[in-house]
Design a protein around this ligand. Structure first.
Ligand code: SF4
Length: 388
């Protein structure tokens, strides 16, 4: 590799790792993630396969962030969870001050043994899938917890794990601006350091998709969904959780560091079925079928289900699109230094068109989305991708 290539972000040694844990108690009505339900008998095979996949690292590595997502990592029984975390702590040394984050569901955290395992392993951030504080919404979404479980789960981890993040979904069918406000207020009462709000998308292959096609479910009107997003953008910063990315709000200094890796176009490790990794300008994703991923590893085959190598221009363009998700926007000199590309060359006349329409504005260092641009971020992305 030339010195020039070695300087670029896509070729630097990764400082982050993502581990996919594909087990859930039930499949929620809107979920199309890589996971299995009712297959707890596969957990030991999964752990053995993960160990084999991790051995490809050859030597343990230091990372700034280690993120366990899913599926539901907390669904593992305490003993299995301890085994998983011990395996990961062997291969990944989390740097001092680093982030060890685990996604969890409220009911799992009511189990003292699981919480003790997480605390003892040094987990310092929990991303809790609260999703809603309205029981009828939780039922519709197919979640297995109730409003009261969320506060109890928060109490369980409050003493031992300093960084608590809550996930909320807006645009749930039947949700009103009033019930969305109630969700935000209830979440704020629990004083999380971090809050993520996601607009519901109805993906192909989910039960919601079938119900909608059969005329038995109506998605929230776009205008209402936009009002809900605006309410979050107004209410949360006024209460101390500043918006730092399209879907993410945090107290100052409590951003999700792991996700910044993605938004900055940096490299990262990924292990497990459906897990993405980005190394040397190539993106690879583990096979999305958990059983196929398992069988491939067990028989010594390649468990990767998708692989693409990005051109220098694609890498830079992707960094611009991901970087625009961050509220401060993109920095011209960082794009030049980290990705070797000039910002205006990438966007050409698209930047001026987006500015004219009030979707993007110039900053002292580059560009950022306006408030209206955040509401229409998907179409900004489409235009930037199309400006090749
Ligand atoms: S708990 Fe999360 S990962 Fe599991 S089915 Fe529900 S939304 Fe999907």
């Amino acid at each position: 590799m030339s010195d020039e290539a070695g300087r670029l972000a896509a070729f630097r040694p990764p400082r982050s790792a993502y581990i996919h844990v594909p087990f859930c108690r039930q499949r929620c009505e809107y979920c199309d993630f890589t996971l299995v339900v009712g297959r707890e008998g596969l957990v030991q095979r999964y752990l053995a396969a993960l160990e084999r996949q991790l051995a490809s690292l050859r030597t343990p590595v230091e990372v700034e962030t280690l993120f366990l997502g899913g599926g539901t990592p907390s669904h593992l029984q305490a003993g299995d969870l301890a085994q998983l975390l011990s395996l990961l702590r062997h291969w990944f040394r989390v740097a001092p001050g680093g982030e060890l984050s685990v996604e969890a569901n409220p009911l799992d955290l009511l189990d003292d043994a699981r919480v003790r395992v997480l605390v003892d392993a040094g987990v310092n951030r929990i991303s809790l899938g609260a999703q809603s504080f309205v029981d009828s919404e939780l039922t519709l979404l197919g979640r297995d917890h109730r409003e009261e479980d969320i506060a109890r789960a928060v109490e369980q981890v409050r003493g031992g794990i300093p960084n608590l993040s809550l996930d909320l979904i807006f645009g749930v069918p039947g949700q009103t601006l009033g019930t969305w406000r109630r969700n935000l207020e209830r979440a704020l009462e629990l004083q999380p350091r971090h809050l993520s709000t996601y607009g519901l998308t109805i993906e192909k292959g989910t039960r919601f998709y079938s119900l909608r096609n059969a005329g038995r479910l109506s998605a929230a009107p776009e205008e209402l969904e936009a009002q809900m997003y605006e309410l979050a953008m107004d209410l949360l910063p006024a209460r101390g959780l500043l918006q730092y990315e399209l879907s993410n709000f945090a107290e100052p200094g409590w951003d999700c560091r792991h996700n910044h890796t993605y938004w900055a176009g940096q490299t990262y490790h990924g292990f497990g079925p459906g897990a993405a990794r980005y190394l040397q300008g190539t993106r690879e994703v583990g096979h999305r079928s958990t059983t196929t991923w398992l069988k491939r590893i067990e028989s010594g085959e390649d468990p990767i289900g998708f692989r693409e190598t990005l051109s220098a221009e694609d890498r830079a363009r992707e960094a611009v699109i991901l970087g625009l998700r961050r509220v401060p926007g993109i920095n011209r000199s960082e794009i030049q230094h980290d990705h070797g590309w000039d910002l205006d060359e990438l966007g050409r006349e698209t930047w001026s068109q987006l500015k004219t329409r009030g979707l993007v504005e110039t900053t002292s260092t580059g560009y950022r989305l306006t408030r209206m641009g955040r509401l229409l971020a998907d179409s900004v992305t489409v235009e930037l991708v199309g400006s090749e």
